[in-house]
Design a protein around this ligand. Structure first.
Ligand code: ATP
Ligand code: MG
Length: 334
């Protein structure tokens, strides 16, 4: 059966971009024709500094967020990356397959490292090789992600192809990115040219999954827009990134197409549309937030779910890592 893998970093507050671009799609793929593995990628999170207590809390909160959004830990394998050591072990092999030049072209590295890239961690540079290992240690065939991860998935295919070529095997599959829906790239509420991110210093730039109704309404009311009324067709949004972002969010939250949304709200001013969007967002997100809070009351249960997930995951990853070592020429333990 085809296998889905995807991950989210416990690097801060889960936000609407993570939900619409990733988690909601994870839920859609669960229980279809796929075997699904979803991961809290803590090893990725520490490529930039994380306070240890915060990291631990964010990891458990992310687990609660997955479950509250509809990931069933029985149906899917739900894991924390550092509890499945084969991810990091395969990543080392891939560090030796990937080329420096490939990594240097990665836009996420350039964005996150900033101007003083000499000061970035080696882990941040190697991030895409670990991500390739996360995926390929399951021989995953499909990876649902937001638009920003497209380049890393191309690199994953390059690594798989080079490994297969160098060792003369047909071992790692060519993974397909699954980038679909109306909100594959949710933009910052303050800047229509920047994606919404956990790591953005401005909390007003994003809608957190745990924002209460008032905060949420206020952030949407203050979201940057232009002075024009909404168009009645999608092509009227082309040169209007902020308007397009809010419409995309509305469409994705309501499982509608952009055209269907514009058929309803075309001609309205933002003063009228923003409260509609706020109401919709509260209706969709508030139940998830309250379920997250409930789950967070029982940390032992969350930790148990992760331990069980790791056990199930290792039934898949241990043999694939061993086979990889055999291909590379590593003597098996007697
Ligand atoms: P960070 O700023 O720490 O990188 P992030 O918000 O980018 O955090 P990630 O954990 O890196 O979140 O990404 C998790 C998933 O969410 C990925 O599939 C990514 O493509 C998706 N994603 C992140 N931001 C957005 C966004 N603004 N719109 C749509 N999808 C997004
Ligand atoms: Mg990111």
């Amino acid at each position: 059966t085809p296998r889905v893998f995807s991950g989210i970093q416990p690097s801060g507050n889960l936000h609407l971009g993570n939900y619409l671009g990733a988690i909601k799609r994870f839920v859609d793929m669960q229980g279809s024709d796929f075997e699904t593995v979803y991961c809290m990628v803590d090893l990725h999170a520490i490529t930039v500094w994380q306070n240890p207590q915060d990291l631990m809390k964010s990891t458990r909160e992310l687990c609660a967020g997955f479950i509250a959004s509809g990931i069933d830990p029985e149906q899917s394998i739900l894991i924390n990356q550092s509890q499945v050591p084969e991810h990091a072990q395969l990543a080392w092999i891939f560090n030796c397959v990937a080329r420096m030049g490939w990594m240097q072209r990665m836009t996420q590295f350039k964005d996150k490292a900033g101007k003083n890239s000499q000061n970035a961690s080696l882990g941040l540079f190697a991030y895409p090789a670990l991500m390739a290992a996360d995926i390929l240690v399951y021989h995953a065939t499909h990876v649902p992600v937001g638009e920003d991860q497209k380049q890393h998935l191309e690199l994953t295919r390059d690594i798989a192809a080079k490994f297969n070529h160098d060792y003369g095997v047909d071992f790692f599959p060519m993974t397909e990115p699954v980038i679909e829906g109306a909100a594959t790239r949710v933009m910052s509420l303050r800047d229509g040219s920047k994606k919404m991110s956990k790591s953005d210093a401005s909390d007003a730039s994003r809608i957190n999954m745990t924002d209460d109704a008032d905060t949420l309404a206020k952030k949407i009311r203050k979201a940057k827009t232009d002075p024009d009324a909404l168009p009645s067709e999608a092509k009227g949004l082309e040169a209007r990134p902020e308007a397009r972002n809010l419409i995309n969010i509305y469409a994705a939250l309501n499982d509608q197409t952009v055209d269907a949304v514009l058929a309803e709200v075309g001609g309205k001013q933002f003063g009228e549309f923003k409260p509609m969007l706020a109401d919709l967002a509260v209706a969709k997100l508030a139940p998830i937030a309250s379920e997250m809070a409930r789950l967070m009351n029982d940390q032992t249960e969350i930790d148990r779910i992760l331990a069980r997930g790791a056990e199930r995951a290792r039934d898949i990853t241990a043999p694939i890592l061993r086979k990889t070592y055999d291909i590379v020429g590593m003597v098996p333990p007697a």
